[in-house]
Design a protein around this ligand. Sequence first.
Ligand code: MLT
Length: 396
Amino acid sequence: MLIPNRHYAELKDSYLFAGIAKKTKAYLENHPEKRLYRMGIGDVSLPLCPAVVRALHAAADDQASKETFRGYLPECGAPFLREAVAKHYAKRGVALSPDEVFVSSGASDELGDLLDLFDRSNAALIMEPAYPAYADANAMAGRNIVRLPSGKENGFLPLPTDNLEADLIYLCSPNNPTGAVFDREQLRAWVDYANRRGAIILFDAAYEAFIEEDRLPHSIFEIDGARTCAIEVCSLSKTAGFTGTRLGYTVIPKELERCGMNLNAMWVRNRTTKTNGVSYVIQRGGAAVFTEEGQAQIAENIRVYKNNAKVLMRALDQVGVWYTGGRNAPYIWMQCPNGIGSWAFFDLLLNRIQVVGTPGAGFGACGEGYFRFSTFGDPSDTEEAARRLTEFLGRI
Ligand code: MLT
């Protein structure tokens, strides 16, 4: 008889955001007259910018004519997009060759797929609170997970210690869910640790476009030594509103080798076998993000989300609630008031003021007692949610 992957039995019944969607759906079914203010999942509320939309239309037209029609594209990504990404990095002083850039269908898909590169006996280090897909994807593969808790005392930015045993290290900066960002010195500590140990860092840079302080690095490849120990996973989901359009890219330097095997060459082998790549139309839309016009337009959208963050931060300041994030990241991570558990706080906000957030416990045990707000919502909904929060938190 066929044996299914038994590791699925070790997973929670449902994925965090699916669980929240189920709870909010049930609430609306029971209270059809109510309207929800959604600041739970980090899904964008603004449409794609005009430069991208124009490129998508033009690419669809290309597919309508024999002269411009494109069939299969190179599996690792269209050269025009790989080059555009490499040029984008060059502007920040990071030299990449286009064949170190792999086009993907998004960071979450890629973070799971990349695990194909690593032996199952490796231990995966996840600093918590963390995006829950890291642990779940490794649990599905039966990999041993080492959890490194963080908290207020280290600003949710834990550093490596000599007794830490890890082979595959997840770093997310700006962090989902806490909004904390590693500075150069802190990232250097992780890069040195990984090189010393022969470990590999999976650097999730999905939120780099939200960094506003110049001292903070956007890419791990801004740190000396990263080319021999890191893979960077990026996404246009939050940067350019591609959550429904789906596009990302991954950087694997040519120097990255372990046990005489080259990770860049392995990923070429993987992609050319397991995918026919991302659609031509979407890659054309993605390339438009890296034009001058595209960059100016996405900066304008990010400004709207940052303003949402300010509105929420002001509300929390007004009632004296402790929080972090919001400045260099699209998430605000607040402490639940009066020692309330994070799922109990979720229920309270949903039932009393119809505001939806994400319970900290969903990001790991040390997230208990905290709560996350996404700042990607509609601005007027965010204003109303902030008003309700101030009023509610002021009286409990
Ligand atoms: C989140 O809310 O944590 C993210 O939107 C989830 C994701 O990017 O998949």
